[in-house]
Design a protein around this ligand. Sequence first.
Ligand code: FES
Length: 511
Amino acid sequence: MLRDGANKSLWQETLPLYQPKHKIVPEKIVDVLIVGGGITGLSTALELQKAGKECLLIEAHNIGFGTTGGTTAHLNTFLDSTYDQVISDFGEKSAQLVFQSVKESIETIKSNIEQYNIDCGFEHKDGYLYSQNPDQTKELEKIFDACKKVGLDISYVNEIPVPIPFEKGVKFSGQAQFHPAKYIYGLAEAYEKAGGFLVQNCKLESYESNGLAEARTNLGVIRARKMIFATHIPPGINLLHFRCAPYRSYAIAVKLADGKYPEHLAYDMYEPYHYYRTQEVNGQKYLIAGGEDHKTGHNENTEFCFAKLDSYISKYYDVEEVSFKWSSEYFEPTDGLPYIGHLPGFTDNVYVATGFSGNGMTYSHVAARLLTDLITKGQSEYKSLYDPNRIKPVAGFSNFVKENVDVVKEFIGKRLSKEKIESLVEIAKGEGKVVKYEGESIALYRDERGSLHAVNPVCTHAKCIVQWNGTEKSWDCPCHGARYTADGRVLTGPASKDLEIVELKDLVKVE
Ligand code: FES
């Protein structure tokens, strides 16, 4: 299985590419076109197909290529947006509804696994959250009270499953973990068996909708009565690009010399927080630890994020070997809740699911349920809670302003940054850099054989300047999270066009 970066995740290593039944798109009008073959697209496609809708799912690369192949696969009812935040911004009833929706989601995943016999190592686990200083303890107590209010089964504990000093800890039950790639392969098979069309390597180039959605792709034009974007963030330029901020998170899977793997899921309370769990793959146990998150394109030394994570873990664990390390992207919504429903600015037959924070595995099936209900019944009890068109001037307002200030800054500030032409020759093999040459910005990458490649660093989505991601060997856009290969091809949206290639031959001599 391939992913959107140079590093290999624990999940992709153990699986071959998925082989769907179809390689071309059907010519007829389908009921629903789903764009995006991650867990959200596949679970939604399966639900809709089961509900009697004829679906076509298209994926630009292979299923699991995006964040589903790079998640650490925690299934939580305890969320990145804590219930005390949700109560304060949306009210207690809404917070209870959030809890209900994510609880149902884990139940749906479990029932899919049972119904379709998916061998993906699903296990129920307890989750532990622990404080390490008085401020965190105060915060933890607030979280505890809010969890009680929404109905989460939570209790204070004297022990946590990780060998890390702590002040106070809580345990919440009803959490789970699984192998995400094996799970979506199972979903894909079930969906195809139910009669759904699944086509990989089908890239969306543009789309429009006037009652009937029309999508132009590299494999031809697709017409559908409804269309869903399960692409992490929708393509085009949309209100949601200003209501979601892209982040990257880092994960490592290590073997422990003493075999003392944690039995349950654990989370500290730093900002960004660290998270831990154990997974057995092909008879080998791994401790998976994650953290060191930062906004996409806002860290010039991404390799150092792994080094920090590794050294933090090694303080507490007897690490025998770091077997896998990888990073992935997620989108933080400005008011703390995902956007699932009608795509703002489009006709009613175009839908979206985005802004899942670090809880994409769980929210995927909230989206599947909600979108299926909207499409088959025209309503859902979660419709207004997750409405992408909602206006929450109070909730998350300071974040909203902050995220947008960053976007504006990237539009104007980074494009004016000065670099000296000498830096051209300082680029090592396997490295990339945006430099100035005669007043023009150029993104340069030197491949492992020493050849220099150049692309225009202006992101084709909305003209921000991309940044080099040294560990994943990609050009990442700090504004709305589009990513490109070292030679400028689109890895992930919202951009749909590659970076422009700059002919270097006559420009500068290197070596
Ligand atoms: Fe929007 Fe690059 S992703 S400008």
